[in-house]
Design a protein around this ligand. Structure first.
Ligand code: ZN
Length: 222
C-alpha cells in the first residue's frame, strides 16, 4: 500500500477495535498516521537497507512495540497497531515483506510480485493503484456518511509537524525509485496507475486536512 492506504488501514483498525472491545483509548491522528508509514523510512537508506526487509519485520518491531507498551501502556496501543498493520496487513496485500528478517528470508504476500512476473511490472503497479483507490473510496464513504473524520489540524501543531517530517522524508526517499520505474516502464497502464495513485492521495489529503467533523482536543491523549 501507499501513504493513504496505510493511514486509512491504521485508522479503520483502531476505530474497529475501539468499538468491538469497547476500549476507550484515544490517539492523535497525525501521530497515528506517522506511525502507520514509519516502516517505509527504509526508502531513505536504500540500497544499504533494501525496501521491505528489516523495517518491515517482526524481528525489528516486536521489541520496540513491547517496550512502548510497557512504558506507555494502553496509550501506545493505537500506534503499535498502526506500525504492525503496515507490514502485517498493508504490505502483505500489495508487497512482499520479509516478516522474520534476520531469521528467515521467506517473503509473505507476493500477490503483486506474482502478478508482475506473470503479466509485467506495469500490471503489478495497476494492482497496487486499484487497491489504493479501493481503500481510499472506503475512507471517503466513512468520512462523509459514517462517524466522520477530524482534521489533523485539530491536534497539537507539534504532532502535525512530526507527521509532516516523516511524510517528507519517505517522499524524498522514494522519489528516485519511482522516477526510475516510470522511465523504464513507459506505457498507458503505468500512466493510468499513477493517475489513480495521485488522485487517491489527493482525495485522502483533502479529507484529513479539512476534516468532516469537529472534535474537542481534550478528548485526545498526547
Ligand atoms: Zn511498506
Amino acid at each position: 500500500m501507499l501513504f493513504a492506504g496505510h493511514m486509512v488501514l491504521a485508522y479503520f483498525l483502531n476505530q474497529a477495535l475501539k468499538r468491538k472491545f469497547q476500549l476507550y483509548f484515544t490517539f492523535s491522528l497525525p501521530l497515528l498516521f506517522a506511525a502507520s508509514i514509519l516502516p517505509d523510512l527504509d526508502f531513505l537508506f536504500s540500497p544499504v537497507i533494501p525496501h521491505h526487509t528489516i523495517t518491515h519485520s517482526l524481528t525489528f518491531w516486536s521489541l520496540i512495540c513491547l517496550a512502548l507498551i510497557i512504558i506507555k501502556k494502553q496509550a501506545a496501543l493505537p500506534y503499535v497497531i498502526a506500525v504492525l498493520s503496515h507490514f502485517l496487513i498493508g504490505d502483505i496485500i500489495t508487497g512482499n515483506p520479509t516478516l522474520f528478517y534476520g531469521l528467515s528470508n521467506q517473503t509473505f504476500g507476493n500477490i503483486r510480485s506474482d502478478l508482475s512476473s506473470l503479466y509485467g511490472a506495469d500490471y503489478g503497479m495497476l494492482y497496487l493503484a486499484l487497491v489504493e483507490a479501493a481503500i481510499v473510496s472506503m475512507f471517503v464513504v466513512y468520512a462523509i456518511s459514517g462517524r466522520g473524520v477530524p482534521s489533523i489540524f485539530s491536534f497539537p501543531m507539534k504532532h502535525v509537524l512530526i507527521f509532516g517530517i516523516v511524510l517528507l522524508l519517505i517522499l524524498v526517499g522514494t522519489l528516485k525509485s519511482q522516477i526510475l520505474f516510470v522511465v523504464t516502464n513507459q506505457n498507458e497502464i503505468i500512466y493510468i496507475s499513477y493517475a489513480i495513485i495521485v488522485l487517491s492521495q489527493m482525495i485522502f489529503a483533502a479529507i484529513i486536512t479539512k476534516g468532516t467533523i469537529k472534535i474537542s482536543i481534550r478528548n485526545v491523549a498526547d
